[in-house]
Design a protein around this ligand. Structure first.
Ligand code: NAP
Length: 342
């Protein structure tokens, strides 16, 4: 079977495809076919050899990702084989799940059966597959819990408030825009090029700014009549993070969820935190057990079924084009999630 691997840290070109034997499930494992896998930004960090903060090949982030490495995070999979002691799962079941061996940019993988918990329609589990979606859309939907938690659980975004959404065109950003509107907020999206403005307006954003041509601080002040947004949603970091507190409203919440700028460190002026009672909140799905709480999964799946929440697939690439897919994300080409389809 085919598997994408990198044998040294570096740019997208270090991703190559090799042929390896199909993994067989142990007694307590399932064998799955990968139907689609989203390119998660964290895979770019790993491939480069760091998270931005710990950026050297000698000291890879998270202690994972050191070559030789089979990349890939959460995938949309279909069960094709069951270990001898596995019960409660069936061949043909579809799940959204991470922790695949050898990786997720592969044709076929194995994983512990205990990782697959689809739950019931009333109480969906973390790996529930949204039945109304295609596998590529489902791979893009995987980021909905992140968008939900970062806006609602952590930042407490409320109806009537204003949220500034950076990287609004990203795979998580497009979901954050839609959810923020669903929560009744006024949404100011930020994108990095002019061709992304209209698609984000079409998703419901009230205003979309272009970081290449607009002075974000003065435009945000103008649009909020100098009040500033109540919530800033920041998956970019670096300068974006540094400039945020100054433009925020009294009592604002600044949510940091990633580092698309590849800069894990940022300069912080604490004065606006003190004078405006701003709160800084980090979010990491990995370290949060409530990330896929059944009540939240149910709400999100209901919104998807009602077509009130649309995962956006920016582009599909086949497995042998994995390096092109990573290059596309890194060069900020698409609106929505870039998805690999084995
Ligand atoms: N904490 C968590 O649990 C968690 C979970 C999932 C994702 N995340 C993080 O959330 C962030 C967004 O994830 P995502 O999967 O939605 O990302 P994505 O789809 O890959 O987002 C890519 C977009 O980010 C924007 N961007 C801004 N500066 C960039 C730069 N220097 N290089 C490349 N792109 C840049 C680009 O949009 P413009 O060109 O329009 O600016 C680009 O289209 C990532 O940092 C990811 O690691 C965190």
């Amino acid at each position: 079977m085919r598997a994408v691997i990198y044998e040294q840290f570096g740019g997208p070109d270090v991703l190559t495809m090799i042929e390896i034997p199909e993994p067989s499930p142990c007694h307590d494992e399932v064998q799955v076919r990968v139907l689609a896998v989203a390119v998660d930004f964290i895979e770019l960090h790993k491939r480069h050899g760091g998270s931005g903060r710990v950026g050297s090949p000698e000291e890879p982030s998270y202690g994972i990702g050191a070559p030789p490495w089979f990349p890939g995070g959460t995938a949309c999979v279909e069960i094709i084989g069951l270990g001898s002691s596995v019960s409660g799962l069936s061949v043909g079941d579809r799940h959204l799940v991470g922790g695949l061996h050898p990786g997720a940019y592969v044709d076929i993988a194995v994983l512990p059966a205990t990782k697959l918990t689809a739950g019931t329609p009333e109480a969906p589990g973390p790996t529930a597959f949204p039945e109304s979606l295609t596998p590529t859309e489902a791979a893009a939907f995987n980021y909905a819990p992140v968008a939900y938690h970062t806006l609602r659980t952590t930042a407490g975004l409320k109806a009537g408030e204003t949220v500034l959404i950076h990287a609004a065109s990203g795979g998580t950003g497009v979901l954050a825009v839609q959810l923020a509107k669903h929560f009744g907020a006024t949404v100011i999206g930020v994108v990095g090029s002019s061709h992304k403005v209209d698609p984000i307006l079409a998703l419901g954003a009230d205003y979309v700014l272009n970081s290449e041509t607009d002075d974000i601080a003065s435009e945000v002040a103008r649009l909020t009549r100098a009040t500033g947004p109540n919530v800033v949603w920041d998956p970019v970091g670096g300068d974006t993070f540094t400039t945020s507190p100054d433009l925020m409203a009294e009592g604002g919440r600044l949510v940091s969820l990633g580092s698309n700028s590849f800069t894990g460190a940022a300069t912080v002026d604490f004065l606006p935190f003190w004078t405006k009672n701003i709160r800084l909140i980090g979010w990491g799905g990995r370290s949060n057990n409530d990330a896929h709480a059944p009540s939240i999964m149910r709400d999100l799946l209901t919104l998807v079924t009602a077509q009130q929440l649309r995962p956006i697939v920016g582009a599909e690439y086949s497995l042998h084009q994995a390096s092109n897919a990573h290059a596309a994300v890194e060069s900020r080409q698409h609106v929505g999630k870039v998805v690999l389809v084995p």
